[in-house]
Ligand binder design. Sequence first.
Ligand code: HGY
Ligand code: MN
Ligand code: MN
Length: 412
Amino acid sequence: MAAAFRFADRMLAQLDALGRISEHSDFLLRTFLTPEQKAAHEQVAQWMREAGMDVEQDTAGNVVGRYAGAGADAPVLMLGSHLDTVRNAGKYDGMLGVIAPIACVADLHRRGVRLPHAIEVVGFVNEEGTRFGSPMTGSRAIAGTFDPAMLQARDRQGVSMGEAYKAFGLDPDRIGACARPPGKVAAFMELHIEQGPVLEHNNLALGVVTAISGARRHRVEIVGLAGHAGTVPMGQRQDALLAAAEVALCIERRCTGTPTLVGTVGMMEALPGAMNVIPGKAVFSVDIRAGDDATRDAAIDDVLGELAAICGRRKLQHSVTELYRSTATPCHPALMQMAEDAIRAQGIDTMRLPSGAGHDAATMADLCPIGMIFMRCTRGISHNPLEAVLPEDVELATTALLRFVEDFRPVR
Ligand code: HGY
Ligand code: MN
Ligand code: MN
């Protein structure tokens, strides 16, 4: 059967194939430094080679494809996104932004086109932070901002990131060696599904991102006293989980009603975790983000104050560990304009919108000018296997990205 599209048919088949590389048979989970990461990266490396790129795994574990420019020391236009997933993920978050630039380079290669700039396509590791809590490892390594202290972060089995790097066959002491020298990368552009409802609400396939929200992630431990569920009177308990539940509701109250401010408790564990034991310990995550850092930080200060008050009232101990902090990051105006021109060249309308989600692009802003193109996703659903896209949007996104790549000029 003839392909309906120039790009989308093959791309959707590739995204389906990647969506089948999972740590679980009944849902998509592909985390950092696992055999599934290795399998996905090997598959992407093969597609990069077929597209005419030289491919390597860098010292952080990113898979990097390179398509030389017309001149030897041509500036580099870097494209890409992440290949790791959240738990029970959709198959487009991240992966679309790797498969699309590979399709663009394959088209240039087929036509024998060499541009004034070299192109690098990166499949980043660990943008989500699902395994160790600390995210953005691959893009931080390339941007030169990786913090070796993150190697101490441990997964649920108690394995540290440093130990996992060694078990994967990489040297944790050399992660920073893949950092690009300042000035070498002229720009970074990331295509990503919007993961929200705005484009669909405006009946648009593609949007130009103006800025990326800044997030802070914390791990909170509350310690009370485990006890017998049947014998300890309600007024004499030191129930750690009930304190955690109060804090979660306080986060909801504090983060409701302020534009761009959002707060989420995505993980919560009652320990020791038995039906007839009063939880002596509770461990939970706090993810608070906003369009500007001051709004976000004020909310976090209030929540941490409430946490201390709740634990004081309930005679509990608590500890807070910050796992991650990113600052709200604007996209470069010149790249926004180039992206907008490339989209409009497809004969469609577009809009500019902020990103509430975090992205590798925000990390890359420490290295070079950044831009992002958003593609509509069905009902704005993401971080959920219901994540879905329209083939015609995939086609439009890829032709627009190719136009951006061909028309790209380094920004001054
Ligand atoms: O958390 C985020 O915004 C992204 O999915 N890592
Ligand atoms: Mn995500
Ligand atoms: Mn993503």
